[in-house]
Design a binder for this molecule. Structure first.
Ligand code: SF4
Length: 383
């Protein structure tokens, strides 16, 4: 069992606890968000801006200390996607085909593979008529159409916040805008979003690339972003776009998701107090890599680890305070194992720092809801 003290930090150090349920309109897969607090207008309840760790809290720690950041690990989109595969396996039985990694974490993928999920790179690899699950990162319309032509039974585990970006791309393209998609061009999410309007979309990953853009009408340009980018680097790219195209339009609310933002804000809060920051996450996890970059940009040594087995002994030399967090696709048991590992290395003071509460939940896709409803009632349940 983990022993630690929890410090909940809200605005000005005031704990936040009221809850608000918000229903989204117009998008069938956005069933509801359960906000920890705040409101729909600003999504403030689950975003990190404006929070500060109480002054002096960290200065009180003595000896080898482990700061366990919260929120960390699984986001609502990842929980939903993993649930979709698990429930599909139980309801329909293996094999269940999953297009690409359901989320970018090697342990999650291996666990689901062990239960009967078959991961494929393309819908082409799935036998006609079988079930296929689209990953949390989303797919292009071409993949949807191809799957339909093949008679595949699709279950869509695309994160609703990725779907939001797809909807925006379609809207801007229909209105005649040239679209600039800020992101990593080979990432599954960007490939899917780009596919919504491939003829009018260009992907940029840096302010330098903005200089090379060419569009038919500089007054009819819009931008969108990948959901898991660095907030700071994205700001720089948007600034470069605004300088180049002063009338550029953007999304009504930022595309970088609450989970990406909150984890970055938490890292920023402790980076200057830490000798080392460890991020649990897989190499291909975009949001996990961004957490490492955020710390390094603040001058703090940081490493991405798939598990505690990746920790190099020399990283710990001279490190009195270590901060530990996890990317949005990293399971909590890997964090627990890392805490145990570091405790054994002498980091006995474990402080969990809750920078803000996070209570987002997404509803399941209709195919899964129907499968649950159709499942036979366990004989023992009725007694
Ligand atoms: S990181 Fe953000 S966009 Fe990606 S699955 Fe999680 S909530 Fe959705």
């Amino acid at each position: 069992m983990r022993e630690s003290c929890t410090l909940r930090i809200g605005r000005g150090g005031v704990p936040q606890s009221n809850s608000l349920k918000v229903d989204f309109l117009g998008c069938p897969s956005w069933q509801s968000w359960d906000f920890g607090f705040g409101n729909l207008a600003g999504e403030e309840g689950n975003r990190g801006s404006g929070f500060n760790i109480v002054a002096g809290t960290l200065a009180k720690t003595e000896g080898k200390t482990l700061l366990l950041l919260k929120p960390r690990g699984f986001c609502a989109g990842v929980v939903r996607a993993i649930d979709v595969v698990r429930i599909a396996l139980e309801a329909f039985g293996p094999p269940i085909y999953v297009r690409k990694e359901i989320v970018h974490n090697s342990f999650v993928v291996e666990e689901l593979r062990g239960k009967g999920a078959v991961f494929v790179d393309s819908e082409d690899e799935v036998p006609n008529g079988e079930r296929i699950i689209f990953s949390a990162h989303g797919v292009s319309p071409e993949v949807r159409e191809h799957s339909a032509r093949r008679g595949l039974r699709v279950i869509d585990a695309t994160c609703p916040l990725v779907t939001k970006v797809h909807v925006e791309a379609v809207k801007f393209a229909r209105e005649g805008y040239s679209l600039i998609l800020i992101g990593h061009k080979d990432h599954d999410e960007v490939v899917g979003t780009l596919g919504e309007a491939p003829l009018v979309t260009q992907v940029v990953g840096s302010p330098e690339q903005v200089k090379k853009l060419s569009v038919p009408d500089p007054n009819r340009v819009a931008y969108l972003t990948q959901t898991t980018l660095s907030l700071d680097e994205t700001k720089d790219i948007i600034a470069a776009l605004k300088q180049r195209f002063p009338n550029i339009k953007g999304p009504a609310a930022q595309d970088i998701c609450y989970a990406t933002e909150n984890r970055q804000v938490a890292v920023k809060q402790v980076a200057s107090e830490s000798d080392l920051l460890l991020v649990v996450g897989s190499e291909n996890s975009s949001n996990s890599n961004r957490l490492v970059e955020v710390a390094r940009n603040l001058g703090t040594t940081a490493h991405l680890i798939d598990s505690c087995n990746d920790i190099e002994p020399e990283w710990l030399k001279g490190a009195t305070t270590i901060a530990l967090t996890a990317g949005a696709s990293a399971p909590e048991h890997l964090v627990d194992e890392t805490v145990t590992f570091l405790r054994e290395k002498g980091y006995a003071n474990v402080h969990e720092l809750e920078v803000m509460p996070e209570n987002v939940r997404f509803g399941l896709p209709p195919e899964i809801v129907e499968a649950i409803a159709a499942a036979p009632v366990n004989a023992g349940d009725g007694a």
